[in-house]
Design a protein around this ligand. Structure first.
Ligand code: ADP
Length: 464
């Protein structure tokens, strides 16, 4: 088996060319031999027609003296017309070469016995390769004459033999040229592939921004290079976002860890009162909670990216879910002096993972309360829209600037970094909301007016 594509293509090309050349030779050879025989037959037919006409005239002129008339015809036709024989019945009257008498008479016997006006035989002892004959009957006063013209096939056979030899000689030469030509052509055509291989070998995780350059090449290869470059772009993007994710995650982990460590260092630096120890432990507890929330979020997103989150899908009523979530965040809203209005409406069923959907609604409500100043209002409602269920969480809070709305669902993105960090967020809540909505074949939208408030709408497919 040939492993090289170049050799395989060249071999296929050679095989195809050989079959084509062979077929060409056969067609040419067959066509030529038929054409030569036809021409010979036509020549013979003409000779016998003319000879028969002359014989008729001579017999008339010589009053039926067949031998003399026949001799006259043969001398008029001349030697260039090949072998002519005139027979009366099957008896030879005259011939160009009377030495062939026996053959000519046996040929004439066949003509007389046969029905065809012009027959063709191969006379095996005529020439090396047999002969071809043309015949014509003629009647004169009740007597039957046969005019026979015979031409050996030697010249045709010799010509065809030369053609065969030419083919045999040309065949290996042409095949060699075709094989080498095919190989050189495929090598030239596939050269860009070699250059692509060289270039891809130099691409690593460090230089994913590199793109393949193949210059002018066949369409298939430029398409291959373009697809490969698109793949590189996608890899580059996901590598970059992975790097950013790792950097952001480490950065976020650093702050609570530094607080915990600092608090512990201060508490242990000298003897303190029980109240002071309690205070330090409370700080450490709060930071540890934040830390484990962050680690949970990171883990969830990493699992989601890897496609390892198994949804426990069941039928549930989103209005019940919304009521539960509102009840859970009510104390937080009251503590911040925010009016929480919950309008779950009538029963609306969806299919989904209850825990994840609860998490999604809690994140939206939690954000709405956190980013709304005291005295503001947060409302949550369910709307059924044809095949969709919409969960809407609106607030009268700080709102989001238009340039930030496009990035708000990105991981670790915070519209106002300093303030949001103080408020305890990591910038992962909305990324999780988006992932949960999409994993339920839904989507999340945002409309916001800075200083006036924001509305987040999650669309989920309803069960009809
Ligand atoms: P965080 O944990 O920081 O709140 P999120 O992913 O939940 O992270 O939100 C990302 C950013 O979007 C927040 O830092 C905040 O700037 C902005 N944001 C989210 N919800 C609201 C809202 N209801 N009103 C105003 N800004 C919001």
């Amino acid at each position: 088996m040939l492993k090289s594509l170049r050799l395989q293509l060249a071999a296929w090309y050679l095989a195809f060319f050989s079959v084509l050349f062979l077929a060409f030779c056969l067609v040419l050879y067959g066509g030529l031999s038929r054409a030569l025989e036809r021409r010979l037959d036509e020549g013979l037919a003409m000779t016998v027609n003319i000879s028969a006409k002359l014989m008729q005239e001579e017999l008339d002129e010589m009053d039926g003296d067949a031998p003399q008339a026949a001799e006259e015809v043969i001398s008029k036709m001349g030697p260039s017309s090949g072998e002519i024989a005139i027979l009366e019945g099957t008896r030879l009257v005259a011939a160009t070469d009377p030495g062939d008498k026996a053959d000519l008479e046996s040929a004439a016997a066949e003509v007389v016995g046969g029905s065809s006006e012009r027959a063709a035989w191969i006379l095996p002892h005529w020439g090396k390769s047999g002969a071809r004959a043309g015949t014509k009957h003629l009647s004169f006063r009740g007597r039957t004459f046969v005019v026979l013209a015979v031409e050996p096939l030697d010249s045709i056979v010799r010509g065809l033999q030369v053609l065969r030899q030419t083919f045999l000689l040309a065949m290996p030469l042409l095949l060699a040229i075709a094989g080498i030509g095919g190989y050189l052509l495929t090598r030239r055509g596939l050269a860009p592939l070699g250059s692509m291989v060289e270039q891809t070998r130099t691409i690593t995780g460090q230089n994913l921004e590199t793109r393949l350059e193949i210059g002018k090449a066949a369409e298939e290869l430029t398409t291959l290079a373009a697809s490969f470059n698109e793949l590189l772009s996608r890899l580059d993007q996901s590598f970059a976002s992975m790097r950013r994710f790792v950097q952001d995650a480490s950065h976020e982990l650093r702050t609570p860890l530094a607080v915990i460590r600092g608090e512990a260092d201060v508490a242990l630096s000298h003897e303190r009162s029980t109240a002071e120890y309690k205070e330090s432990l409370a700080v450490i507890q709060e930071e540890s909670r934040r830390l484990s929330r962050l680690v949970d979020d990171l883990l969830n997103l990493a699992r989601a990216d890897a496609g390892h989150v198994q949804l426990h899908v069941e039928q549930l009523y989103v209005n019940d879910l919304l009521s539960d979530c509102c009840r859970s965040v009510q104390p937080l809203a009251s503590a911040r002096n925010i009016e929480l209005e919950c309008r779950p409406g009538e029963d609306v069923a969806v299919r989904g993972d209850e825990e994840l959907l609860r998490r999604m609604v809690m994140n939206l409500l939690d954000n709405a309360i956190r980013y709304t100043p005291p005295g503001g209002r947060v409302s949550a409602m369910i709307e059924a829209h044809g095949s969709d269920v919409r969960i809407r969480v609106a607030d009268t809070g700080v709102g989001i600037a238009p340039d930030a709305t496009g990035r708000i669902f990105e991981r670790f993105y915070r519209a106002d970094k300093a303030r949001n960090r103080q408020q305890g967020g990591f910038g992962l809540g909305l990324a999780i909301v988006k992932w949960i909505a999409e994993s339920h074949h839904g989507a999340v939208d945002l409309t916001s007016q800075p200083g006036q408030g924001s509305t987040f709408t999650v669309r989920l497919p309803a069960i009809n």
